[in-house]
Design a protein around this ligand. Structure first.
Ligand code: COA
Length: 259
């Protein structure tokens, strides 16, 4: 377990909370493992009927911990074990119970792409959404290069995934991956009420309906694994090394000699 992921049960709602505000809730390997464990356990626990993602601080999550990634590369450890990040992404894609998110601030990288697997997403008026994978010499993950074009259309998806443009909450609602933008102070209650509402519904009908709404789950998972192979290769690349060093040194990356 990681201290940086708060896990609590509120009635039939499992609340998972990013709790590393001093590092903008950047997600380490241990945090991915804690998230994966919690989601996998939730599937087996009949007393849990919905899962709500939340966060402390001013940033929902700054995405993958860049230092962690630079240190661990494409996951060293047991080559036969599924890495924690992939376990988390698979648990999102395979979730049979409804997933909700309350995005209170900036969401970056996987902080955005995880939302494409959620059923209901609420955003504070302060929330922003940024997927700067290409800026970092990386490729999209979590099947976002499949799901975002489906949700928002190619050109709007390209604005985020290719141009790496940060968008605000009203635009995310227009793109279609945010259900509702609410006043910052109202976010927690709005999202929790919605989670409790879903958790009170007939569980079998809920599970079947979600399953019926996701007939392409296998294709999503295959796409996610394909992205994962490119992502892992890019983590070893000179492009990512330059982008990672630039982040650490608080300067712009120079890709002029890449490729
Ligand atoms: N990985 C590792 N550390 C991170 C991080 C990340 N993804 N995002 C933020 N941090 C750390 C910073 O290094 C800094 O650490 P320090 O205090 O030891 O110097 C601390 O969190 C605060 O970040 P800072 O950049 O000063 O906060 P900010 O409010 O000015 O900006 C963000 C917040 C999220 C906009 C900015 O931190 C950012 O762009 N982070 C990187 C996001 C990213 O590219 N993620 C990867 C996507 S694949």
């Amino acid at each position: 377990m990681s201290d940086h992921i708060g896990v609590s049960q509120d009635g039939a709602v499992l609340r998972l909370r990013f709790n590393r505000p001093e590092k903008k809730n950047a997600i380490t390997v241990n945090m991915y493992a804690a998230l994966a464990n919690a989601l996998e356990d939730a599937e087996k626990n009949d007393s849990i009927r919905a899962v709500l993602f939340e966060a402390d601080g001013d940033i929902f999550t700054a995405g993958n911990d860049i230092g962690d990634f630079m240190a661990n590369g494409a996951e060293r450890g047991d080559p036969h074990a599924t890495p924690p990040v992939m376990r988390f992404l698979l648990a999102l894609a395979n979730a049979k119970k409804p997933l909700l998110a309350a995005v209170q601030g900036g969401a970056v990288g996987v902080g955005v792409t995880m939302l494409f697997h959620c059923d209901l997403v609420f955003a504070s008026e302060r929330a922003t959404f940024h997927t700067p994978f290409v800026n970092l010499g990386l490729v999209p993950e979590a099947a976002s290069s499949l799901l975002l074009p489906q949700i928002a259309g190619h050109q709007q998806a390209a604005e985020m995934l290719i141009a790496g443009k940060k968008i605000d909450a009203p635009r995310a609602e227009k793109f279609g991956f945010v259900n509702e933008v609410v006043a910052h102070e109202a976010l927690e209650k709005t999202a929790l009420d919605a989670a409790r509402n879903l958790a009170a519904k007939a569980p079998t009908a809920m599970r079947l309906t979600k399953q019926l709404m996701k007939p392409n789950r296998d294709a999503v998972i295959a796409h996610m694994k394909n992205e994962g192979e490119h992502f892992a290769a890019q983590l070893e690349s000179a492009e990512f090394r330059e982008a990672g060093m630039a982040f650490m040194q608080k300067r712009k990356p120079d890709f002029s000699k890449a490729g």
